[in-house]
Write a protein that binds this ligand. Structure first.
Ligand SMILES: [Zn+2]
Length: 226
């Protein structure tokens, strides 16, 4: 167990970029930010507390943590939560986004389909597995296509509800691209539905958020949703 702790990266918290700050403010203004509190804990303190808490959970379930298959599980989960599946709670991890002037005068819709999306349901802390389609109509600014995937991933790496995740990506892109003309749709399977409760293995949930021309011009909306 100690080996995992020793290997835990002690990298410093990155300063929050101007882009991240603008996106956070835009979400706060619209009431779309994830409910967050600043508890003052650094990464190492979070890691240690989560590991301790999962030790308690596994013991409470009656599992033997001296077993060599289980002994590192609390540390593994702590590392996974802080550095991986919930890394998007830390705006220091917001992707570096190169937004550039639209010198090529691109005016047509830019659409990226089948963006892999793995998130976590905040009601049950189990996986949401799906894909996203994102489009925007370039105005003054254009963005590297891979950056859109990274922004989707950043907000997916939080405990989420799918509707909020959809809105957060919309507002983040509207803010960075300085245009309302952005659209996103997410189609996902919720493992809290598949693995428990009604145990429906085939249902999926689609959420859509439309801004600007995607909302007001039927043909633009239809082209995106097609
Ligand atoms: Zn759930």
């Amino acid at each position: 167990m100690d080996a995992v702790v020793a290997n835990y990266p002690t990298h410093h918290r990155d300063a929050i970029s101007d882009d991240a700050r603008r996106v956070r403010n835009a979400l706060l203004e619209r009431g779309l930010e994830t409910p967050l509190i600043d508890n003052g804990l650094n990464r190492e303190e979070k890691f240690q507390r989560i590991s301790d808490a999962f030790t308690e959970i596994t013991r409470t379930l009656g599992l033997d943590l001296t077993d060599d298959s289980l002994c590192d599980t609390p540390d593994r989960i702590a590392k996974m939560y802080v550095d991986e599946i919930f890394a998007g709670l830390d705006y220091g991890e917001f992707p570096k986004v190169a937004v550039i002037d639209n010198k090529m005068q691109v005016e047509e819709m830019v659409l990226i389909d089948d963006i892999d999306l793995v998130s976590t349901c905040e009601h049950h802390f189990v996986t949401i597995d799906g894909s996203a389609r994102v489009a925007y109509i370039p105005g003054e600014r254009i963005i590297g296509l891979s950056k859109i995937n990274r922004i989707v991933r950043f907000f997916a790496q939080r405990p989420q509800v799918q509707e909020r995740l959809t809105q957060q990506v919309l507002v983040a892109l509207q803010t960075l691209l300085e245009t309302e003309d952005v659209a996103i749709t997410i189609n996902a399977t919720h493992y809290c539905v598949k693995a428990r409760g009604v145990m429906d293995s085939n249902s999926s949930t689609r959420t859509t958020a439309l801004g600007g021309a995607f909302k007001s011009i039927p043909s633009t909306r239809a082209e995106f949703l097609r």
